[in-house]
Each structure stands twice: as C-alpha cells, then as structure tokens.
Ligand binder design. Structure first.
Ligand code: SAM
Length: 376
C-alpha cells in the first residue's frame, strides 16, 4: 500500500509527492538549522521526487558551487592583478551553502562541482566536501589550480571527492609565472603527480588555449596522455574577464577545431570517444596506445547550450543559470529565511523558467563578472 500523499504548494506546478516529503517545510528547515550537519541530513533526503527542468526541457541536474571569489593566482584571462574581492560578510557560510545544496538535491540535482575562485583557499572546504557527499550527491568533483592540493589530497579522498580537475595552461615554469602571475609551476606539477597516486586518478587537466601564449605547447600537452592516465582538455578562451572591448580576446582566441588539427599533425590520428555523460561539455579523443585522453571544450565556436544542465551558485549567494549571460538570481535572503527550503525551491523554479536557451559568446558582449566571480 503506498503511504499517504502530501500536497506541496511552493512549486510553480502543484504536485503530490510520496510520504517522505513530510519532513520538508518548516520542520525540515528547523532541523537543518540545528542538526549541525552531523550526517542526519543525507540519510533523510537522498531520493529525489521532482526533477528541476527549464523552459526548454533541459534537465538541470548539475550544480557548480563557488565557495569563494578569492584566489591565490591571478590568471590573466580570469582576473586583473588588482581585483577587488567581496567583503567576507557578503559570502555564504558553509552551512548556508549546504542548505542550498540540500534544496537542489531535493529537485533532482545529482552532480556537484566545488569551485571558486580557488576552492582550496576557503577554510573548511574539505569538511564541506564531506557533508555534500553525506547529503547523497552521486558525482562530487572539484576544480582547483593545484597550489594547495597536495596537502589536501588525503582529506579530499577521505571526504569522498569522486574526481578532480586541475588547471594547468603550460608545461613551462616561466610561462606559468607569466600566465598566472605567480611562480608556482613546480608545486602544481608535484600536486598533479601526487593526485595520480590516489583514487582521484585519472585526473583531468584543463588548459585555456591562447594564441601566441601556449598554442606552441598543444602537442606537448597532448603527449602527457601517452605518459600518464590524464584527461588533458584545452578550453576555448571565453570573453569573461571584463575586457569589454574584445580586441585582446580576438587576438588570443584559438578554436577547438584548430587545436585538434594541430595535435594530430604532430602526433597522429585521434579517435573520438563516446561520452559517458551526454551533457558533458568536452569532446574527448584518444591517440592510439595512449592511456589518457585528449579533448577540447568549445563554448565559443560550438556552444553546448542545447545540452546545458548547469546552474551555478556564486560565493555571495546568487544563482547564475547561464555562464555566458550576466543574468543572476539572488538566493541569499531565501537561504537565510526562517523556512529556507521552500523559499529556495521557489527561486530555483523561477531560475529554471528564465534560463536562456543560449548564452552570448561574442567578445563585444564580454560578461561583467569574471569566471572567478561566477565559479568556473
Ligand atoms: N581556481 C580554480 C582553477 O584555477 O581551476 C577554479 C576556478 S577557475 C575560474 C575554473 C576554470 O575556469 C579554470 O579551468 C580556468 O582555466 C577557467 N577559466 C577562467 N577564465 C576563463 C576564460 N576567460 N576562458 C576560459 N576559461 C576560463
């Protein structure tokens, strides 16, 4: 016999859900406030009843959480050297982030990436990863610049992190210092080698492709896939650093297609790999005999908006439904309200309704917020 059914009214469509949802609403909010994330939440809410879906029938099941806008690097394509970070009083606490994640999980979000800024500069981030895992997300990942990774590897593995992406734009220490404005190549490389020895292997390496800066290293980066079980991916440069005139962007931009052609000219044919996840942004390939894979992510030349399943939470409590528009929806007040879960659900459904069919990728339309502020 199915249990009693409860009607919930805070969603745009009125719907009935099976009995476990009775613990939501006011009681759930109170328990969330006082449970202090001792593992109780995860057991209570693993099953998702309703799938958050946008107006174009795209399932929204992937949340990227920016835990801080701060970073210990100053990558040129990402932020200026003198960037003004948000006052800490504007930043969500880790507990508030968990309340938001819990609300997302209840609407069918199953994948979470912890990012930033640089996530590992946020105190308590390993604890956050552990709590997110306990909540019941299927796929829990992190994107990091690697600088603080080595000392956090054991903690992250124990906390239940499933996979890691490490940003590395060059294999040349001097160029690394030029791009990131920090002289830390060796420390990052050491962390990558250490990560390969953990259950987080194979690791993904993200390189932003820039003509005249690192395009001479396409083959060298691709060769890593012969030596190590790494997934090396070049990302097309996006006009996201507030550089609104767009001229610098145009001279630096290099397409994914050109990157693949140039890699093949030097290293032989690539064979395409079927993605495990159809919503994955990368086009992945393999060189014959290589343990790793080589790929490109092409948000500018071949945007993947039609299969976009993402929403982003910024560190200051705004939801970005699309990386390539400046549209954002404040959610901090809802998170801090006395009954946060229904209030967040209402905002999530509103966000889903207004998620645009596609973003704008022209340099003239460079976004106001940098990638570090939105959460890469
Ligand atoms: N600090 C972490 C890191 O370096 O990986 C995470 C945040 S970072 C903003 C996330 C990703 O965004 C990185 O892989 C970075 O290379 C990428 N990114 C930042 N600005 C970009 C841009 N203008 N175009 C393309 N990718 C960009």
């Amino acid at each position: 016999m199915p249990g009693p059914r409860y009607r919930i009214y805070y969603m745009p469509i009125e719907c009935t859900l099976p009995a476990p949802v009775e613990t939501r609403g006011r009681f759930a909010a109170v328990t969330i406030r006082f449970a202090r994330y001792n593992g109780y939440l995860g057991r209570r809410t693993k099953a998702s009843m309703v799938q958050l879906t946008d107006s174009f029938d795209r399932k929204m099941d992937y949340l990227r959480i920016s835990v801080t806008d701060r970073c210990n690097f100053r990558c040129q394509y990402c932020m200026p050297e003198d960037i003004q970070f948000q006052d800490k009083s504007h930043i969500l606490t880790l507990e508030e982030i968990l309340i938001f994640a819990e609300a997302c999980l209840q609407l069918g979000v199953t994948k979470v990436r912890v990012t930033g800024g640089e996530p590992l500069v946020r105190r308590g981030v390993v604890w956050l990863v552990e709590q997110l895992k306990k909540l019941g997300f299927h796929d829990l990942t992190m994107t990091t610049n690697g600088f603080l990774l080595k000392e956090n590897l054991d903690g992250l593995v124990e906390a239940g992190l499933d996979r890691i992406n490490i940003s590395l734009d060059t294999l040349q220490p001097e160029k690394f210092a030029f791009i990131t404005r920090r002289n830390h190549f060796e420390k990052v490389w050491d962390a990558i080698m250490a990560a390969l020895e953990t259950p987080l292997s194979p690791v993904k390496i993200n390189a932003v492709a820039m003509r005249g800066v690192n395009d001479d290293e396409i083959a060298d980066m691709a060769k890593l896939t012969f030596e190590y079980p790494m997934h090396v991916r070049f990302i097309e440069l996006m006009p996201l650093n507030g550089d609104t005139d767009g001229s610098r962007f145009k001279s630096l931009f290099i397409s994914g297609k050109e990157i693949l052609e140039r890699a093949q000219e030097e290293l032989g044919d690539l064979t395409e790999i079927e993605p495990d996840d159809p919503a994955a942004p990368a086009d992945e390939f393999k060189f014959e005999g290589a343990p790793g894979t080589f790929g490109v992510i092409t948000p500018v030349s071949e945007p993947f908006c039609a299969r976009c399943s993402r929403l982003r939470l910024t560190a200051d409590g705004k939801i970005h439904p699309c990386l390539l528009t400046d549209l954002d929806v404040p959610v901090k007040d809802a998170i801090r309200s006395p009954d946060p879960i229904p209030a967040i659900h209402e905002i999530l459904w509103h966000t889903a309704r207004i998620k645009p069919p596609a973003g704008l990728t022209l340099p003239e339309e460079s976004r106001n917020r940098t990638m570090s502020q939105i959460g890469g």
